[in-house]
Design a binder for this molecule. Sequence first.
Ligand SMILES: Cc1ncc(COP(=O)(O)O)c(C=O)c1O
Length: 388
Amino acid sequence: MADELLRYRPQFPILARTTYLISNSLGAMPQGVYEAMKGYADIWATRGIRAWEERWWMLAAQVGDEIGALLNAPASSVSTHQNVTTCQAVVASCFDFSGKRNKVVYSDLNFPSVMYFWEAQQAYGARVNMVKTDDGITVPLDRLLDAIDEQTLLVPVSHVIFRSSYIQDARAIIEKAHEVGAHVVLDTFQSLGTVPVDVQALDVDFACGGVLKWLCGGPGVAYLYVRPDLGKKLQPKFTGWFAHQNPFGFEVGPTRYSEPPFRFMNGTSHIPALEAARPGLKIIAEVGIERIREKSKRQTSRLIELAASHEWQVNSPRNPKDRGGTVSIDMPGAQAVCGELLKRDILVDYRPKAGVRMSPHFYSKDEELETAIAAVEEILKERSVSAK
Ligand SMILES: Cc1ncc(COP(=O)(O)O)c(C=O)c1O
């Protein structure tokens, strides 16, 4: 059967030159980004300071809504930031860690940047409870749920684990957190754009992620969803003039907070990155996450099947329902193999305790999976010959 999604390939120049299997790290750049960047330069060059009023000021909220549509978030509930670590800092700054309810629970398979941030919050009274993985692939759900108790304030967890692509049971985690009065910060960086996410159906408190991987939006834009009832009352201490009710009043004294999404922003927004993000978001919305997910399950299953015919270690769940868009495959000398693949224009990455991560996206051809696995075989053969 013809793969209908391949018709999007001409919109991504790099696909003509490489085998692109790295959307877990950096999605392919849409052709439309050239025009978006030219538009950015043109408005700056011709409209000068008026660009703020005419376009730039509202862009942060507009792009937030475009991302929000993919999350099924209500309008104005998504603010934009530079990266996920900043989003988590904004959330942390809404809470007080000096009381009895000061526990922060997460898994050691969270993305390290975020863990470094939470570790550092111990200086302000946060008590970190990190639940350890047994197999390096999955998070033990029972132990995670047990750790969430009446003293838990926040549960910042990845929806899909970056190393293994394991999908956590977000619903169970959110239900347990709500039962005991804790809040969940769901990091959807490795899910949104390849695995369906519905923040309203999940009733999650906060969700954050970035656009540079599965959303083909480039570096520099992250998003923070805040559930509207919380959005009305929380007061981030990491704040700034964009969050003020009257930013151009330049008032002195405490912030009078505006409504979301600006309430959760702080300083001047990152206009070039916001402009660059839009073509990718538009394409993802048009393709639709359900179709992307169906294809992804099929192609990642195929990759696992191809890898299984070798004695390589697959560090991703075998069952497609537990797996996001990536397959992590470990083989002898995996880091060097990754370097060789890059030289051959097969774009993948290597992560310790994961191996080579391969991530087909809606624009990938089935043949490209065979190409990548055949290249690994060849590289390993060449390396074993040269080692003799
Ligand atoms: C699950 C997850 N969270 C966060 C990040 C990155 O965080 P930041 O945007 O702060 O660099 C990544 C990968 O880059 C990730 O895979």
